[in-house]
Design a protein around this ligand. Structure first.
Ligand SMILES: Nc1nc2c(ncn2[C@@H]2O[C@H](COP(=O)(O)OP(=O)(O)OP(=O)(O)O)[C@@H](O)[C@H]2O)c(=O)[nH]1
Ligand SMILES: [Mg+2]
Length: 347
């Protein structure tokens, strides 16, 4: 999964990036270029399977981050630059960082709800420009069905609403996927709080703005979280307890992201490798096997599935079989979180 950190200049994107990845990228204005990082998704089930199989390799699911410099908040309404648009297009999800702290570099008082909506307008505007161009072309070529869809999207954007809020059929969604519309991407909003606000709930207008836009909201203080991330584990625990925080932001972030994107993990296990694979909830066994390899999806015959809880209770593959807890599932079986799968395939 690829996540882009977006938001106005100085909102704290690079600070959030550091807090999540443990890197120490330069913060402050006008840093050119973007930062890339990745984190492994901790999974206690993977650790338990590793204890049992002692595989040569254990592979966690991964989240990749890209952090690019943001536009100036005083110049909103002029559209996003092409470089930034390209970065956002590539992402599966956006993390929009909004400033909740008084900045030493920016004169404007924090206005997180205002920034949330102003940046959203930039995404909407970018999509609108793209769609208008497409519509002109479709009119010339007299391509009816796609034209209808584009007109529907255009009307929605013109009412100043992001495309992620628009109900679409599966077919329409498919037709949109190649365009990678910015405002259609799932979004998590991070309210970057002042140190003094740590532990306080986000302001009411912010909560409302997030609900209205159907985006998840996570409040944190990036500078403190970046410090925590850089500490030794023992110091980390003591410091978190001191602040009244139960866990570092990385863990909260991962949960929020999985929830937002409706993701689950299935597991594969053996002597060579124990591994977690992240998929969208609702995928069938055949579709999910394509995550491992497209050849496996093509040649899918059946999946041998054990629920993680059953495996851990019984302890060995032989006992799982004996207890009748190894299920043979066909291509239409809907994969469940924690399924341990072995896919039989031809070719
Ligand atoms: N007080 C306070 N300062 C913060 C917080 N988060 C970031 N800052 C400071 O704000 C400044 C800008 O932070 P960055 O993380 O570089 O912001 P950015 O969004 O990456 O900015 P661009 O890359 O220019 O778009 C830095 O001096 C940070 O130390 C915070 O939670 N509290
Ligand atoms: Mg930055």
């Amino acid at each position: 999964m690829k996540v882009a950190l977006v938001g106005f200049r100085g909102s704290g994107k690079t600070s959030v990036f550091n807090a999540l990845t443990g890197q120490s990228a330069d913060t402050g204005f006008g840093k050119k270029g973007s930062n890339l990082g990745r984190i492994q998704v901790p999974d206690a089930r993977l650790d338990a399977l590793t204890e049992i199989y002692h595989p040569k390799k254990t592979t966690h699911a991964e989240i990749q981050f890209v952090d690019a410099a943001g536009p100036d908040e005083t110049h909103s309404g002029t559209g996003l630059d092409a470089g930034l648009v390209a970065v956002i297009r590539e992402a599966d999800a956006l993390v929009h960082v909004v400033r909740g702290f008084k900045s030493a570099m920016l004169t404007k008082a924090p206005n997180p709800a205002g920034d949330l909506s102003a940046f959203e307008d930039e995404l909407i505007l970018t999509d609108l420009v793209q769609i208008e161009k497409r519509i002109e072309r479709l009119k010339k070529e007299k391509r009816g069905p796609e034209l209808d869809l584009m007109e529907k999207l255009k009307a929605h954007l013109e009412s100043e609403q992001a495309l992620r809020r628009l109900e679409l059929t599966e077919e329409e969604r498919q037709a949109c996927s190649g365009f990678a519309f910015l405002s259609m991407k799932p979004m998590l909003v991070v309210l970057n709080q002042a140190e003094d606000d740590l532990g306080n709930d986000p302001p009411g207008d912010m909560v409302e703005a997030a609900q209205e836009r159907k985006v998840e909201l996570l409040a944190l203080c990036a500078t403190i979280e970046a410090e925590i991330q850089a500490m030794e584990p023992d110091d980390q625990k003591a410091f978190l307890a001191d602040l009244g925080l139960s866990e570092p932001v990385r863990a909260r972030f991962i949960r929020a992201a999985y929830h937002l994107l409706d993701l689950i993990s299935f597991l594969t296990s053996g002597e060579d490798e124990v591994r977690a694979w992240t998929i969208r909830r609702g995928l069938t066994a055949k579709q999910a096997s394509g995550k491992i390899h497209s050849d496996i999806e093509r040649g899918f015959i059946r999946a041998e599935v054990t629920a993680y809880a059953d495996f851990i209770e019984l302890g060995t593959e032989a006992k799982v079989r004996e207890a009748g807890k190894l299920r043979l599932e066909g291509k239409d079986y809907v994969v469940q979180d924690g399924d341990i799968m072995h896919v039989r395939h031809s070719g």
